[in-house]
Design a binder for this molecule. Structure first.
Ligand code: GA4
Length: 325
């Protein structure tokens, strides 16, 4: 059921508080669940997931590894960089001049790749790698469950058509840990800075979890930035560009951004679920019914979409390049 959750952050206006953020309770009865997931994806492209069955210890272990890494001196952290394509990065986001007040670890979610890169990140690389792999496995399951619900709610014949792409060994999913240190200087009247600028995620689905420090905001259909109160025990899900295409625009990827905080550090762990690089992306057959409802997009591979993504700035609308004439 979509339950409006309280948005009690001090910076929330009355208007945004009234709008709420949909909450999906995964323990609910399945047929009802699939409809509410579809509704949340259609109306917000964003929702909170509770009763997800992910053991809190798995989350805590990754949080601990992240905190340990980010607390190291800069020169040590830099040995794990640059994050092009994977590793430690700071201030620079992507290759085209975007910047933010953050540092991060960007990892490919493939187990072999995790084991490899862990050697440059942690002193006890076996432990780091085990913890990351364990987190990826559980969060992948949540993602696949949600994708199966999406497919069911949309009435798509291939019941595991989307989750299969994420479970594929060659899935191009990534894991990101963002660390937003508190602002050192407290500017009068301007207490926040941009940690991660406005953008939509290019992948299919994003599953995000953060510590108890706020900062995430989503851009609503009404044209408002809605602060998302932190919820360290649960997950937030975002529709990505690929799912927008696969639903032929029925779902829309959600624009979001992260602001930094003046007093506390925010740390988030984000899983971006993507298909294999050579996978052709196009609207699902059930989502097109010509002549009234033709495909709005050209077909393209995930590799082609990634190439376009990395050739543009963070906030650019890459999907425009793939619209059908
Ligand atoms: C946004 C979502 C993921 O964090 C990410 C980001 C990627 C990067 O940081 O390298 C991008 C950004 C993200 C979209 C536009 C391009 C690519 C930075 C950037 C300017 C890992 C991803 O897949 O796309």
């Amino acid at each position: 059921m979509v339950v409006p959750s309280p948005t009690s952050s001090k910076i929330t206006s009355n208007k945004t508080r009234a709008m709420g953020i949909p909450t999906i309770d995964l323990s609910m009865e399945r047929s009802q669940l699939s409809q509410t997931v579809v509704k949340a994806c259609e109306e917000y492209g964003f929702f909170r997931v509770v009763n997800h069955n992910v053991p809190k210890e798995v989350i805590a272990r990754l949080e601990e590894e992240g905190a340990e890494f980010f607390s190291k001196p800069s020169h040590e952290k830099r040995r794990a960089g640059p994050a092009s394509p994977f590793g430690y990065g700071f201030t620079n986001i992507g290759p085209n001049g975007d910047i933010g007040d953050l540092e991060y670890l960007l990892l490919h979610a493939n187990p072999l790749s995790i084991a490899q890169i862990s050697k440059t990140i942690a002193n006890d690389s076996t432990k780091f790698s085990t913890v990351v792999k364990e987190y990826v496995e559980v969060v992948k399951e949540v993602t696949c469950e949600i994708l199966d619900l999406v497919v069911e709610g949309l009435g798509v014949a291939d019941k595991s058509g989307l989750s299969r792409l994420i479970r594929d060994f060659d899935s191009d999913s990534v894991l990101r840990m963002n660390h937003y240190p508190p602002l050192k200087v407290k500017w009068k009247g301007n207490k926040n800075s941009i940690g991660f600028g406005a953008h939509s995620d290019p992948q299919m689905l994003t599953i995000m979890r953060s510590n108890d420090v706020g900062g995430l905001q989503i851009y609503t259909r009404e044209g408002l930035w809605l602060p998302v109160p932190p919820d360290p025990t649960n997950f937030f899900v975002m529709v990505g560009d690929v799912l927008q295409v696969m639903t032929n625009g029925k779902f829309m990827s959600v624009r979001h951004r992260a602001l930094t905080n003046t007093s506390e550090a925010r740390m988030s762990m984000i899983y971006f679920a993507a298909p294999p690089l050579d996978w052709w992306i196009a609207p699902l057959p059930e989502m097109v019914s010509p002549p009234e409802n033709e495909s709005v997009y050209k077909a393209f591979t995930w590799a082609q979409y990634k190439e376009a993504t990395y050739s543009l700035r963070l906030g650019d609308s890459r999907l425009d390049l793939f619209r059908a004439q």
